[in-house]
Design a protein around this ligand. Structure first.
Ligand code: ADP
Ligand code: ASP
Ligand code: MG
Length: 464
């Protein structure tokens, strides 16, 4: 069997969903489990509903709910009114009723947030979960109307997580067992299972989500639990590219890349793949493939345990904007044991993760991607040393197996961008990435100059 995950833009409207149905039909012999995201921008809109309800701006809450409801009903009508299956009209009625029921539930939730004046992470998750629940409802009905023997499954029945609402961690043992008992009978009966990405539930059955962009991760978890032969991530670009095409339009498609390289890229900002996705796949050595829903003929990108050698020094460039750097200076204590631990305990306490770390004789610098707890972190760190922070920074990361073996890469890299101010520099412990920090305002120019330097010519066995 295979897992096929379709992202937000791949299910953004009726045309896109029809395209998804065609792609699934073409793979039906491989016994697909289909994992879907919310329709594009819906998760953001649901988060706005949560926020406006909390702010007691109920007019705005109602307006967004109405808009979302219309979009889903309209999409269902376009898909099911046109499907020429004899039972399509009844199906449409049922689906419309369910959509209205979902929006009534959502409205109730938003009202209770407004009444209580309190928005907990738990209620946030309950609210955002509607995005995937709605899209999967419409998609499963479309499949059925088009003659695909499909069954809608609630991911909360098998994706079991802890209770860290908004970024819950899957409990792998329970999830694996339940995924098998829930999905295998459906597959064994020759049916296509359709499930939501991104959402799960605690053991007690309370709805959770596994972090923004988490549907990729859901797909990988399901693939690992079922020992899938492949995990396919269907998105809106031809595959993993040498850089984000929105910044470097001439970015090239990477034909094949290693798990380790893909993990570094996604960790440092290549949004095309959720950073946790490759972990379950690596453990079971299941290949991950990235494909373009709008261009299914493209071969995409294959992510494998080992990638073939490439004549290019690097595979890709990733970047992350809006990063804050925190510096801790202490002349006395840096070399004392327990000093770094003290610093990291502060970050652990505030549940904030650090991406890049550099140290000198008298200081430690760290980048954070969330500044939600910055003030409290700085307060706690000031007990350890002198603390300051700088925002408006960006991380740039170049990745490639060849960085391990090739002398002179750093010299060539920094020469190519010698007109910019570089802050922290770190050669990742994995030895396949080189990461540094620049000003936010420079990041696009830096990335384009690097792309020009390293990808003006490409090895056609690895890149297209
Ligand atoms: P989905 O909704 O399908 O999950 P995302 O928006 O999360 O899609 O990810 C796809 C986007 O990732 C692309 O549209 C592209 O702009 C961006 N992206 C960033 N870096 C890369 C890269 N190196 N290769 C391909 N896409 C990238
Ligand atoms: N819908 C969720 C998000 O927008 C999850 C996903 O699309 O992967 O973050
Ligand atoms: Mg995504």
């Amino acid at each position: 069997m295979i897992v096929m995950k379709f992202g937000g833009t791949s299910v953004q409207d009726a045309t896109a969903i029809n395209q998804v149905a065609e792609i699934v039909k073409s793979k039906i012999k491989l016994s697909p489990v289909v994992v879907v995201s919310a329709m594009s921008k819906v998760t953001d809109a649901l988060l706005r509903i949560a926020q406006t309800a909390h702010d007691r701006d109920y007019e705005e809450t109602k307006r967004i709910i109405r808009e979302l409801c219309e979009r889903h009903v309209q999409t269902a009508r376009e898909l099911l009114a046109q499907a020429n299956a004899p039972n399509a009209p009844t199906k449409l009625q049922e689906v419309e009723q369910e959509i209205h029921q979902y929006f009534a539930d959502l409205d109730n939730l938003a009202r209770s947030v407004a009444t209580l004046g309190e928005l907990t992470p738990r209620s946030k998750d309950a609210i955002v979960s509607f995005g995937e629940r709605l899209s999967s409802l419409i998609i499963a009905a479309t499949f059925q109307a088009q003659g695909i023997n499909a069954e809608l499954v609630d991911a909360r029945d098998f994706l079991i997580t802890d209770n860290h609402f908004t970024c819950a961690a899957p409990r792998m043992d329970a999830t694996e067992a339940r995924t098998r008992t829930t999905l295998l009978p459906i597959l064994n009966a020759g049916r296509v299972a359709v499930a939501q990405g991104f959402i799960g539930a605690t053991l007690e059955g309370v709805t959770t989500t596994i972090g923004r962009g988490g549907s990729d991760y859901s797909a990988a978890i399901i693939g690992a639990a079922l020992n899938a032969t492949a995990i396919e991530i269907w998105t809106d670009v031809d595959g993993l590219l040498t850089c984000d095409p929105r910044v470097v339009p001439e970015a090239r498609r990477i034909r094949v890349i290693s798990f380790a390289e893909a993990a570094e890229l996604s960790f440092f900002g290549a949004k095309v793949l959720h950073p946790s996705t490759v972990l379950p796949a690596v453990e079971k050595k299941i290949p991950v493939q990235i494909f373009n829903t709008k261009n299914p003929a493209s071969e995409g990108t294959l992510i494998l345990a080992e990638a073939p050698p490439s004549r290019n020094l690097i595979k890709a460039i990733a970047f992350k904007r809006g990063v804050t750097v925190v510096n801790v200076n202490s002349t006395r204590m840096l070399l004392a044991h327990g000093f770094l631990r003290g610093i990291f305990d502060v970050f652990a306490k505030h549940q904030t993760s650090v991406d890049v770390v550099t140290t000198s004789e008298v200081s430690v610098s760290m980048t954070l991607d969330s500044t939600d707890r910055l003030a409290a972190i700085k307060r706690d760190l000031s007990a350890i040393g002198e603390v300051n922070s700088e925002n408006e920074k960006a991380i740039v990361c170049v990745v490639g197996d060849n960085l391990k073996f090739t002398p002179g890469v750093a010299a060539r890299l920094f020469q190519a961008i010698s007109n910019f101010n570089i802050h922290m520099i770190s050669q990742g412990a994995s030895e396949i990435n080189l990461t540094f920090v620049v000003e936010n305002r420079d990041v696009e120019k830096v990335v384009r100059q690097l792309h020009q330097e390293f990808f003006a010519e490409v090895d056609s066995t690895v890149f297209e």
